[in-house]
Design a protein around this ligand. Structure first.
Ligand SMILES: *Cc1c(COP(=O)(O)O)cnc(C)c1O
Length: 228
């Protein structure tokens, strides 16, 4: 097996352990999602040879090709998380394939997921994506609409989301990119709504996210190397 991938993996685990310690948190409360989108098969294979068991994908079709076909054998031993935008016409396929869908972001999708869950008999755990930066091009519920959305999910759709997810605005530190306020906002919104899990933090900022309470971090390039 490639020492390269196993070393990258060990390095990230080490950084998670240290970040957890600094925040006086248990590493058992922090789940590392290996974001395998657009990665070459040999890297996935090497990652599967480590003890990494949680993977994330952002496209249904690409994920099906990877985890139903090329790595179908490995699928039963891993948890698969959908972290990309989901179209309603892919709700059935997503319910069949994923254990967790992190990107519930509108009522129309909730409706489609309820139908898909009934049809497939599968009930993936759901996270709500929050557009903490209120960016026009980005998916997610606006922070000021979240409380009502959560209430509707529970009362109208009988959907009980177990987490919130966010992707802070892209940018560099020099140009004012600071993920911290976004992570802090997500934590506040979750607490206020009685929601336990926080999916936040990627390759560039997962340590900051851990300091602010992330329970699920989504790391791609720092684990696998640059994407195709
Ligand atoms: C691609 C992706 C990631 C991983 O990004 P890296 O910067 O490579 O760690 C995390 N979250 C989402 C939603 C993504 O689409």
């Amino acid at each position: 097996m490639s020492t390269h991938i196993s070393q990258l993996h060990a390095n990230i685990l080490d950084r998670i352990t240290k970040a957890a310690k600094r925040a006086s948190r248990s590493i058992d409360d922090i789940c590392l999602t290996a974001v395998s989108k657009q990665q070459a098969d040999n890297r996935i294979k090497d990652m599967l040879a480590t003890d990494q068991s949680v993977f994330g994908e952002n496209k249904v079709q690409e994920a099906q090709a990877r985890w139903r076909e090329r790595f179908a054998d490995a699928r039963t031993n891993i948890q698969l998380r959908m972290i990309g935008p989901l179209q309603t016409n892919k709700a059935v396929a997503a319910c069949k394939l994923f254990d967790v869908i992190e990107t519930l972001d509108r009522e129309k999708l909730a409706k489609a997921l309820v139908k898909a869950m009934d049809k497939t008999g599968r009930r993936p755990e759901l996270f709500i994506q929050v557009n903490t930066g209120e960016e026009q091009q980005k998916a997610g519920i606006a922070p000021h609409e979240l409380d009502t959305f959560v209430k509707n999910m529970r009362t109208v759709y009988e959907i009980y989301p177990v987490g919130l997810m966010c992707i802070p605005p892209a940018g560099t530190l020099i140009f004012g990119h600071a993920p911290s306020p976004h992570f802090a906002l997500l934590a506040k919104l979750a607490k206020r709504n009685g929601i336990k899990n926080l999916s936040m933090g990627m390759s560039g900022d997962f340590e900051t996210a851990i300091a602010l309470g992330a329970t699920h971090i989504r790391v791609g390039s720092a684990l696998f190397g640059k994407r195709n």
